[in-house]
Design a protein around this ligand. Structure first.
Ligand SMILES: Cc1cc2nc3c(=O)[nH]c(=O)nc-3n(C[C@H](O)[C@H](O)[C@H](O)COP(=O)(O)O)c2cc1C
Length: 306
């Protein structure tokens, strides 16, 4: 479902949760994005957040008039200018600009209106935003860049940063580096919270998660592995190559076992049904679940393409 539409519906049925949607700076216009998140902020009484991404695949580009995505550096140049425009538009109106003075015939105080007048390499945006100042001022900005450009964008603008790190030492180095960059941009390091990603595998007491994880992986196939590498190569260092090699050998083992055993929980037949559901490389993203849900395991592909 389209995320901002969904979050707008959720806004009126919830009161406490934050409502953060992803919007790409590569395939949107800053005026539209500023307006959408300001509107969600009004609808939710100050609970909206924008996860800023630059998009990472040619598959996305092909839906937006391009054969290939823009080069990485070009995407981030556009993103930096995009951020200036969006945040500038959110500042179009001061908090108390609207006076609604019927008697005096004054809808707003003109001294509290600021025309952006932006002219840059990618955008020309005069402003002002045609939505009143968002209740939060600026909706919360979330970012997940991990390259130097991505981290710089986060350090300059974000309040929440997602990251996927594979080791404790790597995570600590990332944390220290990011906080330093935040300070270098003249912001207080505490203004930015770091949210490390985790891949959770839950299980009933037996089998334990530790034993379920490899079992779940046996459901993966070379196709799903390559789907993984296509959709998440930029941010997951999951060893897809080793994984797919393991899948091939585990399929051989399953095939050998097939004649003597027919485990209902992880049978070759069920694995085959899962495999046959894997979409062709150009098919639209979809969730693939095992034919028979089995307690205690999460289908990796569901997570990867979800
Ligand atoms: C938890 C998480 C969620 C992400 N979600 C998206 C997303 O929805 N869309 C997208 O284009 N990129 C997404 N990304 C990718 C990041 O925006 C970013 O491109 C990636 O971490 C690589 O960093 P870089 O752009 O600095 O090279 C996500 C990354 C992480 C860690």
């Amino acid at each position: 479902m389209e995320t901002l539409t969904l979050l707008s519906a959720l806004a009126v049925h919830t009161t406490h949760i934050g409502l953060t949607a992803t919007a790409s700076t590569s395939y949107n216009e800053p005026f539209t994005v500023a307006r959408q998140f300001a509107s969600l902020d009004h609808l939710s009484a100050g609970r909206s957040g924008w996860n800023v991404v630059t998009s990472a695949t040619d598959a996305e580009a092909r839906n937006f008039n391009l054969d290939h995505q823009l080069p990485h550096a070009a995407r981030y140049r556009r993103a930096r200018e995009f951020m200036k425009v969006v945040t500038g538009l959110w500042d179009s109106w001061e908090d108390d600009a609207f006076v609604y003075d019927k008697e005096g015939g004054r809808f707003f105080d003109p001294s509290k209106l600021h025309i952006l007048g932006h002219r840059g390499d990618h955008f020309q945006v005069r402003g002002p935003l045609n939505v009143a100042r968002p209740p939060q001022g600026h909706p919360v900005i979330v970012e997940a860049g991990s390259s130097p450009d991505g981290q710089d964008l986060a350090a300059r603008w974000a309040e929440v940063v997602f990251t996927v790190q594979q080791t404790l030492e790597g995570a600590q180095a990332y944390y220290r580096g990011l906080k330093k960059q935040v300070a270098d941009h003249g912001r207080h390091p505490e203004q930015v919270k770091v949210l490390p990603g985790a891949f959770i595998v839950s299980a009933a007491p037996r089998p334990r998660p530790r034993t379920s994880t490899p079992r779940c992986r046996t459901w993966s196939t070379p196709s799903s592995g390559s789907a993984c590498s296509r959709t998440s190569s930029a941010w997951s260092t999951y060893p897809v190559t080793r994984w797919t090699a393991r899948c091939r050998s585990s399929r051989r083992r399953r095939a050998r076992r097939a004649s003597s055993s027919s485990s209902p929980s992880c049978s070759p037949r069920a694995a085959h049904r899962t495999r046959s559901a894997v979409p062709a490389p150009d098919a639209p993203p979809q969730t693939v679940t095992p034919a028979t849900p089995r307690a205690g395991c999460t289908n990796s592909l569901t997570w990867l393409r979800g």
